[in-house]
Design a protein around this ligand. Sequence first.
Ligand code: THU
Length: 156
Amino acid sequence: MQQKNINISYSEYSSLSELPDDERLLLEKAIDATATAYSPYSHFCVGAAVLLANGEIVTGSNQENMAYPSGLCAERTAMFAASVQYPGVAMRKIAIVGKNAQGQLCPATPCGACRQVISEYQDLAKQNIQVILFHNYGKVLVLDGIDSLLPLRFSF
Ligand code: THU
């Protein structure tokens, strides 16, 4: 038996303004998308923005339902919309941000199901999908692919 470790690396930016232009724009689009959330049950808004290989940006937000499991996260709303609007076009980056009931921006790291969906679109893209996360105290984390969020992910 051998003990093995998986290391996860990411870049941490001290503020949104420190980000490269394209990533800052994507995160700003995700922030804007929080305004389109339908979240009367959790009162937690999430915005996501996907940058495609053709330069288009598609946004999404969480859409809840009174039959709770019928709702969908912002990330999957955005990725599925991108796949419908631009079929076959590779996804390059996704930015994600939350907004609490007080209207403050806060972290929204993707749930397990969303990580699996990012994983499959990354396989289709044949290139890593960069994940840009608004984090505590206005910091921004940038992960250079889904393996940092979903080690030992399912793929075939
Ligand atoms: N939610 C997202 O949209 N994305 C995440 O990454 C985590 C959670 C949504 C689901 C639900 O509408 C609300 O946030 C509270 O869990």
